[in-house]
Each structure stands twice: as structure tokens, then as C-alpha cells.
Design a binder for this molecule. Structure first.
Ligand SMILES: Cc1cn([C@H]2C[C@H](O)[C@@H](COP(=O)(O)OP(=O)(O)O[C@H]3O[C@@H](C)C(=O)[C@@H](O)[C@H]3O)O2)c(=O)[nH]c1=O
Length: 187
């Protein structure tokens, strides 16, 4: 039983919103971003292979939609430590009853939520405020040759970005649209 992370299932199996306990006093608070003792019971598969931080200057910026192909398919734990974002995870798992469906959740410095994203999902977000900072835990090492991506504005994904999409990276602008015969990822 986790004491530091309150799990809330989403409509997509395994995709879980976690509310992190905050222990506050007059100085501020302490909140656990990862816990090797408690997170395996909530779906985290093994060691953390990488922890990344991103800074995003402008509201409207979209990063995504990213994943890694097997054998480097990865679970991610995504947290917003400054500002506000709309986080998006798309189910790309082959044979999943919710194949190609997505879930959006707001993560912010105020709501103390993190999104636990299983392997086999594409992930991205839109900054809802200026000066966003994100922390990602990854369960697999980064391998450029295993990287995959979907275009954030692919009409077949039907992602309703709340703000005009801005500042896609060169890589993200060039992600292909979903092929009609795409059968999903084997994870
Ligand atoms: C993803 C990644 C990139 N890099 C390097 C590659 C590149 O030189 C530089 C910037 O990479 P990108 O432009 O892909 O960064 P970015 O577009 O911010 O990619 C991130 O987007 C969000 C939505 C995610 O889900 C993250 O996992 C990650 O894919 O960092 C790593 O060293 N490790 C990593 O895990």
C-alpha cells in the first residue's frame, strides 16, 4: 500500500494518475518524485535508467508525441514542477481494447500530480503557462535509433489542444501521420 502516491486509474489500463503526498511546514514542503519501494506496486517495472528535466519557455509549446520501439520501449513517470501543462498519452499497444485512444490530464506545480505511463504509449504535452519545467523518469535507456513519434496534430489522433499549437521542434514537425495499416507496438 503506497503512502506517498495516491493512484487514480484512467480510462486506459495501466495509465495511472498519481497524487503525491506533500509534507509541508513553514519552510515549504517535501514531496517524493520517485520511490523504488512504493512505485513497483503501482506499475513501475524496474530500475530508473534516466531522469531528465526539460524547460519550456512559452505557453502553447507542444513537445511530442514520443515513444521508443522495443526492446527499448519504456515506462515514464512525468511530473510538472513549475507552471502548468496538459499531458497527453496515446495507447499504441498492439491488441489493446483502447488502441489509439488517448487521455489528457493537467499536471502543474500546484496539483502535485504525476502521470505514470506504461510502455507502449506515445507521450506529449502542451505548456499551458510560460516557464514550464518537467521531470521525467525513464525505465529504459535513451536510444535515438529506437525513437518513434506521431504528429501531435495528426487528425486521426483527435487531440484537442487547448491552445494554438506552437514551437514544435524540427523533429516533431516531421513525424509522419499514422499509417492506415499501423497495428500498434509490441511491448
Ligand atoms: C528523449 C531524450 C533525448 N535526449 C537528447 C536528444 C536530443 O539531443 C536532446 C533533446 O531531445 P528532444 O528534442 O527529443 O527533447 P523533447 O522533445 O523534449 O523530448 C521529450 O519529449 C517528451 C514529450 C517526452 O515524453 C520525453 O520522454 C522526451 O521524448 O536530448 C537524451 O539525451 N535523452 C533522452 O531521453
Amino acid at each position: 500500500m503506497s503512502t506517498r502516491f495516491q493512484p487514480q486509474p484512467t480510462a486506459l489500463a495501466g495509465l495511472t494518475l498519481l497524487t503525491r503526498a506533500r509534507f509541508g511546514d513553514e519552510r515549504g514542503f517535501l514531496s517524493r518524485l520517485f520511490c523504488a519501494e512504493e512505485l513497483p506496486a503501482l506499475g513501475w517495472p524496474g530500475p530508473v535508467m534516466q531522469v531528465n528535466e526539460t524547460a519550456t519557455r512559452f505557453a502553447g509549446t507542444v513537445r511530442g508525441m514520443h515513444f521508443q520501439h522495443a526492446p527499448f520501449a519504456e515506462c515514464k513517470l512525468v511530473t510538472c514542477v513549475q507552471g502548468r501543462i496538459l499531458d497527453v498519452a496515446v495507447d499504441l499497444r498492439r491488441g489493446s481494447p483502447t488502441f489509439l485512444q488517448h487521455v489528457t490530464v493537467e499536471l502543474s506545480e500546484d496539483n502535485a500530480c504525476s502521470l505514470l505511463i506504461p510502455a507502449g504509449f506515445a507521450h506529449g504535452f502542451q505548456a499551458l503557462s510560460d516557464n514550464v519545467r518537467m521531470i521525467y523518469m525513464h525505465s529504459a535507456p535513451f536510444r535515438p535509433e529506437a525513437e518513434g513519434g506521431l504528429h501531435a496534430q495528426d487528425p486521426s489522433l483527435k487531440i484537442d489542444w487547448p491552445q494554438p499549437v506552437q514551437k514544435l521542434s524540427a523533429r516533431d514537425q516531421n513525424h509522419p501521420l499514422l499509417a492506415p495499416d499501423f497495428e500498434g507496438l509490441i511491448v
